[in-house]
Design a protein. Structure first.
Length: 152
């Protein structure tokens, strides 16, 4: 699973143990969400910090056997959207701009100290802008993916 709902990971059997023992950071400089349009299409938006600094999503990782091969995977935690992202989509990644030490602390096994981190990131520190549907194709991997439609 690519995403896990932060509201349920402490209890959900598929994530409970990883939440206790295998938390990780997924480093990014932005992410995309798609807003439904009146013509039943979807408009992609790029979302990033206003100051353009990198940040991290809260994640969980697993290691398991697929035959003889060890497979490592991770999932990104999501939370309800803040006021800015809510205009685009109802969910957003769980952003950890600080508190990395707490999230990664292997001695923190209980959910209670981590629950305050499982909340939407403040909307006044991030920005969102529409980008070309060029980003919809996974083989497209160049600066045009984050170029604002409005010429910002």
């Amino acid at each position: 699973m690519i995403n896990a709902r932060s509201e349920t990971v402490p209890e959900k059997p598929s994530f409970r143990r990883a939440f206790k023992e295998r938390r990780c950071l997924v480093l990014v400089d932005g992410f995309y969400e798609w807003k439904r349009t009146d013509d039943n299409g979807k408009q992609p938006y790029h979302i990033r910090m206003k100051d353009r600094r990198p940040f991290a999503f809260g994640g969980l990782w697993e290691s398991w056997r697929g035959g003889r091969e060890e497979i490592r995977s991770c999932t990104i935690l999501t939370t309800e959207a803040n006021y800015l992202v809510r205009e685009i989509h109802n969910r957003m990644p769980m952003i950890l701009a600080q508190d990395h030490e707490l999230w990664l602390d292997p001695d923190v096994w209980e959910a209670d100290p981590l629950l305050p981190l499982l909340t939407p990131y403040p909307g006044d520190i991030i920005e969102a802008y529409p980008v070309s549907r060029f980003v919809n194709r996974p083989t497209n991997d160049d600066p045009r993916c984050i170029q604002p439609l409005s010429g910002r």
